[in-house]
Design a protein around this ligand. Structure first.
Ligand code: DHB
Ligand code: MG
Length: 233
């Protein structure tokens, strides 16, 4: 039996139909992305990547920023990485972090299939170690950071993202609603604590300005946060 997803409880039959309607109008057939999904699925990766409409938002944000330096925390099979890389401005690069070498291998193959291997670097290690290393080696500043990894560490990833940003950078964070689980102030869940800590840090940080919105669709009820760095760190 496949593991139940945390969002199963509130599934609405129209959510996916509406996403399909939007996708039919706004997305094109995309063999490279479909191949990436198929390869990830065949390798048994959990199907928790961003949905296509959210992926396109990543491309659009990167393009709007003129991003040349993008950082992603949480590669999985590299699906969102491909969307990010497609928004790069000429000569730009994506660095994506994952501690799982099997995920990284699948992701690298997916980048090659998408013709993006020369623009994406996967670093395999616990992301907190790589983030410290990037800082030490003078990496960045990153124009856009996408955080979509282990949720308990989200506040720490956010701290690093600000540190590695410039004025005007955007930090996008996935899964910031989790069916409303974030409302549970007394929760023992490390996921919920991590996300609530993320909100508290954003709220207390004078260097950033943020919004977040709830999302529904093939991934149930969740949300995305978009944080703008308004003051050079
Ligand atoms: C999970 C993780 C994600 O990043 C996501 O978008 C959905 C679900 C999870 O770990 O269950
Ligand atoms: Mg996610």
């Amino acid at each position: 039996m496949t593991k139940k997803k945390f969002w199963d409880r509130t599934e609405d039959p129209n959510w996916e139909a509406i996403d399909s309607f939007i996708a039919e109008h706004f997305l094109e057939a995309d063999p490279a992305l479909e191949a990436a999904l198929a390869a990830s699925d065949a390798a048994g990766l959990p199907p928790i990547q961003v949905d296509p409409l959210q992926g396109k938002l990543l491309t659009m944000l990167a393009a709007a920023l003129g991003a040349r330096n993008i950082l992603e925390v949480g590669t999985l099979g590299g699906y969102s990485t491909i969307w990010l890389a497609r928004g790069l401005t000429g000569g730009g690069r994506v660095i994506t972090l994952d501690m799982n070498p099997e995920y990284a291998e699948i992701a690298r193959k997916n980048f090659a299939t998408a013709g993006l291997a020369d623009r994406i670097e996967v670093r395999v290690a616990p992301a907190l170690d790589t983030l410290a290393a990037l800082d030490a080696e003078g990496g960045g500043p990153f124009d856009l950071v996408f955080i979509d990894a282990d949720k308990p560490n989200t506040p720490h990833y956010f701290d690093w993202a600000v540190k590695l940003a410039r004025e005007g950078s955007l930090i996008v964070v996935d899964n910031v609603v989790r069916e409303g689980a974030i409302l549970a102030a007394q929760s023992d869940s490390a996921h919920v604590k991590g996300l609530r800590d993320f909100y508290a840090r954003v709220a207390a940080d004078p260097r950033v300005s943020a919004t977040a919105f709830q999302t529904v669709g093939s991934k149930g009820h969740d949300g995305l946060a978009i944080v703008r760095v308004t003051q050079a760190p």
